[in-house]
Ligand binder design. Structure first.
Ligand code: CIR
Length: 257
């Protein structure tokens, strides 16, 4: 999968009021802004042209632009986020996508679905069922994807409440390879893939971002960084400390297409 563009939105003044499991303390906004700037520069270094949306104080979690949409190069799907406080983020993303997609499909009530629960692996999509994405959301998305020629499979995370989204726990690297945290590594949906396991002490790094020829990885997780490098990928480590405090990780900060 090659990408040419991404949409990003810097964290807003109310960032610390967003949703979080809250065990790592309050984020520092200036530091978050600095980490976001490095993240954006890294996407550019990987060949992406960015659309930078202005910070939106009305929605504390709005820097996590991945959740209100699911994109492929010719298909845009606007989601219905599982957290009611995040539903209003969708219209801003719809407007940002309008110049690039002539039509966007929509996930409709009573379905809920967060982009963080959706992982594309070439022509296949893994759809996580979680506290944010319900069965009806998964059904609607699978139907839209099937009509565009994509296959999909479900990964039920509802017995793993510490995993916020599917991509909190796994990522598609490239070349038929998946990176996954222990809890979900043996899932039947991943049977045909090479699964690179992330040790429990490095679980946060299971969310990585493969952008063209680069693999962007959270900094400070040497074992998974070595496993990825060993397979021949160029790794770029990024400090994600302030986003992690708000349960966010690398993929959440951009919509790539
Ligand atoms: C939330 O709980 O919705 C945000 N604080 C974090 C969202 C992270 N997004 C993602 O993993 N795609």
């Amino acid at each position: 999968m090659r990408f040419t563009r991404a949409i990003v939105r810097a964290p807003c003044a109310t960032f610390a009021d967003g949703l979080t499991s809250g065990h790592l303390g309050k984020p520092d906004l200036p530091k978050a802004l600095q980490q976001h700037a490095v993240y954006c520069a890294t996407l550019e270094r990987c060949g992406l042209t960015l659309t930078r949306l202005p910070p939106d104080d009305e929605f504390p979690d709005s820097t996590f632009v991945e959740d209100p949409a699911v994109l492929t190069d010719n298909l845009a799907i606007l989601t219905r986020p599982g957290a009611p406080s995040r539903r209003g983020e969708v219209e801003g993303i719809a407007a940002a996508l309008a110049p690039f997609y002539s039509h966007a499909a929509r996930i409709e009530s009573p379905a809920t679905l967060d982009g963080g629960d959706i992982c594309q692996a070439e022509n296949h999509f893994f759809i996580g069922l979680s506290a944010r994405t319900n069965a009806e959301g998964a059904r609607q998305l699978a139907e839209i994807l099937a009509s565009a020629g994509f296959t999909s499979s479900i990964v039920d995370l509802r017995d793993s409440p510490t995993v916020l989204h599917l991509k909190t726990g796994m990522s598609y690297l490239a070349d038929g390879r998946i990176v996954a945290m222990q809890e979900i590594a043996a899932h039947a949906a991943f049977e045909e893939y090479e699964v690179i396991r992330v040790v429990p002490s490095e679980s946060y790094a299971a969310n990585l971002l493969c952008v063209n020829d680069c693999v962007i990885l959270a900094d400070g997780f040497p074992q998974i960084a070595a496993s990825v490098r060993e397979r021949g990928y160029a790794v770029i480590p990024l400090n994600m400390s302030e986003f992690r405090k708000m349960d966010g990780s690398l993929s959440c900060l951009s919509l790539r297409f």
